[in-house]
Design a binder for this molecule. Structure first.
Ligand SMILES: Nc1ncnc2c1ncn2[C@@H]1O[C@H](COP(=O)(O)OP(=O)(O)O)[C@@H](O)[C@H]1O
Ligand SMILES: [Mg+2]
Length: 334
């Protein structure tokens, strides 16, 4: 399943070994969603936030819960609902009648790992409060600014099916998510394993779980992030990832139809994300250099929410994923 495990543990750094343990821990409880697990870990290593999109019941919430159990730090789940208010995320000033003063009661965003569940069920104002905090890593209330913790990762989920009574995320702010991950139904063999796993869990209810997992410490995580930043990226590959992002801004160079379909390309945030995520993927898979495949594999998740397509594209039935696929085929690989 996870092919990278062929790389012997002995050649991995201690941080790489710890991350491998974490990956196995999550994979033992979220079956047949290896790509999702890899992407969650990549974002964690690249210090980014993620948006996970998929039909109900595909273990989006579960995957994020399990990952959070595997990491030292406080975790909070926020269920997004139509009546949620921005202050329900950020916090509120509370009046103290004893001495006539105000003091700030921190909201649930002041946690290390935040699950923003079903983010498209809250209106734009609430979504914006979240997206702002994600980008700025601080929250301003009145005249005071409060910093968020050094480890701060938002993992949001959304369901693409239920359109009624939901609010699409603001396109212009979506690039605060480092990765936009789409997941699909598990394969039949995994479906059977899921059935057995969940049945056993139901039986064991109340008993303590058999597997004790020592959560990954934040110190290890920060060490891992430094190793990721130090990883070797060949100059030719740096050029390649730049060309991929630039292609979204000058699409005409790759074919007249691209120019018609693409209204806005990706920003420098995309370039930075592609660099960090490609490195994180290589590191996570036990390599000490980035390969073209690292870049190609992660590019759709980095780019799909950063492209604004034209009406012509919609009329032609062209999706961001198809466009990205075409660009990957046409931009020359070094
Ligand atoms: N890949 C999977 N591995 C393990 N359990 C799964 C998997 N997919 C679905 N399940 C089961 O289905 C339930 C629904 O998952 P949940 O995380 O609530 O879905 P979502 O948030 O995507 O709607 C989980 O609690 C779990 O019991
Ligand atoms: Mg859910």
């Amino acid at each position: 399943m996870i092919v990278e495990h062929e790389i012997p543990t002995s050649s991995l750094s201690p941080a790489q070994q710890d991350l491998r343990r974490l990956r196995q821990f999550v994979a033992g409880q979220v079956l047949g969603q290896d790509l999702l697990i890899e992407r969650m870990l990549i974002a964690l290593l690249a210090d980014g936030h993620i948006l996970v999109e998929g039909a109900p019941g595909l273990a989006k919430t579960r995957a994020i819960n399990v990952l959070s159990q595997g990491i030292e730090g406080d975790f909070h789940r926020i269920q997004f609902t139509p009546d949620l208010l921005p202050a329900d995320l950020t916090g509120t000033e509370i009046y103290r009648p004893q001495d006539g003063s105000f003091h700030f009661q921190m909201g649930p965003l002041f946690h290390n790992l935040v699950l923003a569940d079903e983010i498209n069920r809250s209106p734009a104002k609430v979504q914006s409060a979240l997206l702002e905090a994600m980008a700025e890593r601080q929250i301003t209330v009145g005249r005071v600014t409060y910093g968020l913790p050094e480890l701060f990762m938002v993992m949001a989920t959304q369901n693409p099916i239920e359109q009624e009574g939901t609010y699409p995320l603001p396109e212009a702010q979506l690039d605060r998510f480092m990765l936009y991950i789409r997941i699909g139904y598990p394969e039949t063999r995994h479906e059977r394993e899921i059935l057995h796993l969940v049945r056993n869990e139901a039986r064991r209810k109340g008993e303590t779980a058999a597997t004790e997992f020592q959560p990954l410490s934040q110190a290890v995580l920060f060490a891992a992030r430094r190793e990721v930043l130090d990883l070797y990226l060949a100059e030719s590959l740096e050029e390649y990832l730049l060309q991929l992002v630039l292609a979204t801004r000058d699409p005409g160079a790759y074919g007249a139809e691209f120019a018609r379909w693409l209204q806005y390309g990706a920003s420098p945030r995309a370039t930075i994300a592609l660099d960090r995520c490609a490195r994180a993927r290589a590191w996570l898979n036990g390599r000490d250099f980035v390969s073209p495949e690292d870049i190609q594999s992660i590019a759709p998740d980095v780019l799909r929410h950063r492209l604004i397509l034209s009406y012509e594209a919609e009329a032609d039935g062209v999706t961001p994923d198809r466009l990205i696929g075409e660009l990957l085929r046409r931009v020359a690989v070094p």
